[in-house]
Write a protein that binds this ligand. Structure first.
Ligand code: MSP
Length: 638
């Protein structure tokens, strides 16, 4: 059931003055998650992202690095794309402002504007002289009251602005005040959260100034056809990407479908620093040019570290590449969207990351999935049991509504409440006890089916945030890898009798000793204690070794026990193992088994045993642990 209306979401296009930091990753992950959630609802959704490559700042940095500007842009744009791939971002189009299609689109928009009239009948574009405080890093002139004194500092970059005067082209923004106010008040242009909407209305109330749309001193940009020694203002160039990427230059199919069609929803996801450009300049420019303006702006807050904004300029950055290398894409996506309240600023700490990972992912979700699946493997031979009663744990519609409102933390907390309820149900019903009583088979079927369905629905709804983990869970449930849709959201889609896949580990715990980020934390791990888990240090106490069986005979008077002579490379041992019912002694000779080598000696039926052989017990039958490759006797197993 796909809706007729199309839905386009854009991220800001990122400056290529440096490699991406976690704030950029946050924005793009939020956009990807929202887009995936909309698709799950059946929307025809399109995600656009890209890089902002023109302007004085980029020209300067490339020069400083001694690399031709285009080559420099190519390198950094590639780093952005690689990071998005690594983070499982599924964009539909990656636009670069140095692309020919973009340049043609910008020039078309410029051409329309130069011929446009404002609501008051005057020309939308005019020539004038501009003088102002210019921050080359923001690529923007600053109002006097925006400067930090002394020194006329840019309040964002804390560097001096330059007084700049030049003759250039202006856009008559002042003529669009009433129109812009009406767009916003009527809700035709919706700005979220409300505080940001009020901020924009406040700016309009103070009166809008015209802004210059060309630059005299910049070379790296799109030349103004009427004055080829000028380039178009980098923000005009950059904002245009939202339509040029769709093929505005040639009235392309994507442009028609996702931007210009009647039902098209045109949404931008932006940071609070670029509010003015997106909520005032951009809608007014489009209105003047006769192109439909956007419908919606989602404004996000800042990630901070120790209360300070992360920025390339202050050098206070968190490297998303390092995070994803260390933890994989899903935990990074999960943490960024779970930890803060979207739209507000929040502080990133390594300690919170490790805490959330261990408690939410390794414990809560990881345990639920592994317990539910293991029980079905064990008690129902790995097949989905017959459907029974549904016990409600949550409503998918509410989770989807939270996503739609960009309340990612809210959506995830609804899901985690469901995870805990299911974990509690396992404990309360003790399926391992039910399994002992054949009379309880129907109840056990019903419980296991509902648990599996719970796992399926949770993974389906967590998928927009953690696509990789969700796919793994689907594989474990024996479900095909395909893009899910609204029909999958109904309870009971798992087919009784179908086989589950192999159980895979989902989120191995981060151990403090093994993880540099965890070590950095001075305060102890914030995750609650887990009684049924051991520390890596506990595990390290067990000495496991490869042992070659050199001789085997039954222990007299015992049905189960077999006496083995094993070779550990540096020593020979005698071990007694309870595997005689499933292994004839002669079949054991020559096998390499896993031995607990540091077990205290014990006597079994009067025979001394120096160690223990590892085996699984399936319905009372022993299945030995062996190796899938050749190992020398005595090799350590860990
Ligand atoms: N190139 C312009 C945007 C042009 S859009 C037509 C630009 N680029 S940027 O690379 O500096 O930043 C883009 C966006 O990254 C910000 O608007 C914001 O969404 C996001 N963030 C940058 N730093 C951030 C944080 N510390 N925290 C959260 N988001 C941050 O501006």
């Amino acid at each position: 059931m796909t809706e007729r209306r199309t839905w386009l979401l854009t991220t800001p296009i990122y400056y290529v003055n440096d490699v991406p930091h976690v704030g950029h990753a946050y924005t793009t992950i939020a956009a990807d998650t929202l887009t995936r959630a909309r698709r799950l609802q059946g929307k025809d959704a399109f995600l656009l992202t890209g890089t902002d490559e023109h302007g004085q700042n980029i020209e300067r940095i490339a020069r400083e690095k001694g690399v031709p500007t285009q080559q420099y842009c190519d390198q950094i744009a590639a780093v952005f794309r690689q990071l998005w791939d690594r983070l499982d971002i599924r964009y539909d189009r990656f636009i670069r402002t140095t692309e020919e299609l973009h340049v043609r689109g910008v020039l078309k928009l410029w051409d329309r504007l130069t011929r446009a009239k404002c609501p008051d009948g005057r020309d939308a574009i005019y020539k004038g002289t501009y003088g102002g405080w210019y921050c080359p890093r923001c690529e923007a002139f600053k109002d006097e009251d925006e400067l930090r004194q002394p020194g006329n500092l840019c309040s964002i970059h804390e560097r001096p602005c330059e007084w700049t005067e030049e003759e250039n082209f202006f856009f008559r923004l002042s003529a669009y005040e009433a129109w812009l106010r009406d767009e916003i008040v009527s809700g035709r242009l919706r700005i979220d959260p409300d505080a940001r909407r009020n901020e924009v209305l406040g700016i309009i109330d103070q009166g809008l100034k015209d802004f210059s749309v060309s630059r005299a001193r910049v070379k790296w940009g799109i030349p103004v056809p009427q004055r080829p020694d000028h380039v178009l203002y980098v923000w005009f160039d950059a904002l245009s990407n939202y339509i040029t990427a769709l093929g505005y230059a040639d009235d392309g199919a994507l442009y028609k479908k996702y931007w210009a069609s009647d039902g098209a929803e045109r949404c931008h996801l932006i940071g609070k620093d670029i509010l003015r450009f997106h909520c005032l300049y951009w809608p007014a420019l489009l209105q003047a040019a006769g192109v439909p303006p956007p419908n919606r702006e989602y404004v996000q807050g800042w990630i901070t570290k120790e209360g300070k904004k992360l920025s390339k300029t202050t050098g206070n950055v968190i490297d998303p590449q390092a995070l994803v290398e260390r933890y994989g894409p899903d935990p990074v996506r999960y943490f960024l969207l779970r930890e803060g309240t979207y739209g507000q600023d929040w502080d990133f700490t390594d300690q919170a990351f490790v805490g959330r990972y261990n408690s939410d992912l390794a414990n809560d979700l990881g345990n639920l999935v592994s317990r539910a699946l293991t029980m079905v493997q064990r008690y129902r031979d790995g097949r989905v049991p017959p459907r029974g009663a549904r016990v409600d744990v949550f409503e998918p519609v509410k989770v989807l509504a939270s996503y739609e409102a960009l309340d990612f933390a809210g959506a995830l907390s609804l899901l985690w409440a469901a995870v805990s309820k299911l974990n509690q149900r396992i404990v309360a019903h003790a399926p391992w006890e039910m399994a002992k009583d054949p009379e309880k088979a129907p109840q056990l079927d019903s419980l296991l089916y509902d648990l599996l369905e719970g796992v399926r629905l949770i993974s389906l709804l967590v998928r927009p945030v953690m696509p990789g983990a969700a796919e793994r869970i689907f594989r474990m449930l024996g479900l095909p890898a395909r893009e899910p849709g609204p029909d999958d959201l109904a309870w009971g889609r798992l087919e009784p009798g179908s086989a589950l896949g192999a159980i895979e580990p989902l989120f191995p715990r981060i151990e403090k000793a093994a993880d540099p980020a965890a070590k950095e934390t001075t305060v102890s791990d914030t995750s609650p204690p887990v009684p049924d888990r051991i520390d890596i240090a506990d595990f390290a106490k067990v000495e496991l070794r490869a042992a070659l069986v050199t001789a085997a005979e039954k222990v007299e008077g015992s049905k189960k026990l077999v006496k083995l002579q094993v070779d550990l490379g540096t020593e020979k041992r005698q071990v007694v193992a309870g595997i005689a019912e499933s292994h004839a002694p002669e079949t054991l000779v020559g096998k390499k088994v896993v031995l607990v080598a540091n077990l205290k000696p014990a006597k079994l039926m009067g025979v001394e045993s120096n160690g223990m052989v590892l085996a699984a017990s399936i319905d009372g039958k022993a299945v030995l642990c062996t190796f899938d490759g050749d190992v020398p006797p005595g090799a350590k197993v860990k």
